[in-house]
Design a protein around this ligand. Sequence first.
Ligand code: C2E
Ligand code: CA
Ligand code: CA
Length: 545
Amino acid sequence: MRYAEALKLQTRYFYASKIEYYMTRIKTLQLTIALAVLSAIGPILAAEYLAYQQGLRIETEHVLRYVNDVIHRSDRTTYQINESKGQIQAEFPGQACSEQMIARMSTIALEKEFVEVIGHMNGNLMDCSSLGWHSPPIDLGPPDQTTRVGNSLRADLHFPLAPNVPMVSLDQDGFVAIANRSLSIDLSDEEVGVRFATFTPTTGEIRSSNGTIDPEWLTRLGQEKQISFITDSFIVGVGRSEDILLTAAVAAVPLSTLHERVNEFTWLMVPIGLFSGLILAALVAFLARQHLSIGTEIKLALRRKEFYAVYQPIVRLHDKKIIGAEALLRWKRQDGTTTMPDVFIPEAEKLGLITKITHQLIELIEKDVRRHFNDYPNFKIAINISAADLESEQTRPLIKKLAEKINGECTVEITERVLLDAKHSADRIEVLRKDKISVALDDFGTGYSSLSYLQTLQFDYLKIDKIFVDAINTQAATNHVVLHIIEMAKTLGLAIQAEGVETEEQARFLAERNVEYAQGWLFGKPVQASDFSVVFVGAIANYKE
Ligand code: C2E
Ligand code: CA
Ligand code: CA
């Protein structure tokens, strides 16, 4: 009955801890995924933004290049009309049509890429041209305007021989040159939907275009040489000719072209963004796991009682008899691996879990004392505590209770770092000593301002750190420090315990200098309490079988 109940409890407990474990894991996972998504999206968004900026810059350059091309072609048309008209005029000044004149006109028209026809005029009538004799003569109609230098301009000429081609003509002193107006906007057709137009900047009148042009675009130019802007559906460029006052051009590239280009760039950037995002995400996941799991794992280890104590013998150096042991923690994980205290104690201290661990350790020691160590007369048990333990209102009474259960001595080992972190370490140590608990200063010489601690605080033992023991009889710079430490401890009336003694030579050196106690692999590695008597039985002081 009681067994069944216990089993039920245990099962419930098992599942409770499992659920907590998985909840934490799920939370970690969610956080990790969120961070991963963020770190993947970030670079992609940045890539998208850069792609847009880049696309806009390129398309704006593109549209302005169109504007300049159109202006250039328009200017060349104007030049060529003027040139061809001037040429024929110079060769046949004031003359009537002749075969010679017609032949010359044909040659000049062929030479000029934008000029279609050169002709001889009688008023508005063309009686011969590069195309031959015209009888009856062709009526070009009245000119739209006369320019400042006396040229007659027909900006929208419908030449009767090709009425569907928009032409422009300029004539003076009996000669006319006719050009195809659309040639100036006849740019490459590689891009669909691009619109071009030439216009007269003074009036805003469109001269030629390949599509609808919003008149408002033209007015935006004002007195500028060149401008560009974005409308709802176009990137627009507008510019004027530097050479010919009456020439200006507009070009408009549909926004869809920009979007296509942005997409191209984005797709180029997305894999890079994705890749760096993945690496970031993996890093985040790794860190999150590392960071979040250790706390959870320690909590679970406490619940599952995965911590256990091992004991390392402390010997009296003059006869090498074991007078006690230092309890050291071990963590046996579910996967069978053992984690050493160097790894989890600092984490537990950071996460505020150390007092819980110490409480469990005290419980473990109490059991071991009852079952094993109280068999040995005057046996000493040493326990390591952290700053939080020294401060804790719960830990100190537990230590006191433990000390009462030990037939021999109970020693608390604290490091200088613990003293720095604890607020009233002097008071705390005094209380411990009043409760008949001895206090050892651990790892002496590895912390700060060691001397001042020695003078102001009341210790019973001073533990010489392994690094100074290692230096004994070597060429190390620290090889003489051990002598100073021994001297100092003697002056202050402290008992000395050397740590990490591994060789007979070190043991002899220390014994010759009246160091009372030692610990180290030379005398014994830490073992579980149940093994202690098996391994060390002959060496335990006062032990009677
Ligand atoms: P510590 O208190 O200075 O403990 C001595 C460490 O040196 C132990 O390592 C011990 O196994 C090791 N050691 C002893 N003799 C020799 C030797 O001859 N050669 C070598 N190479 N090593 C030797 P461990 O058990 O890994 O403990 C490491 C540290 O973890 C301890 O240093 C102590 O600061 C901390 N620690 C261990 N158990 C506890 C605990 O229950 N509570 C607290 N707060 N800290 C603990
Ligand atoms: Ca210690
Ligand atoms: Ca130590």
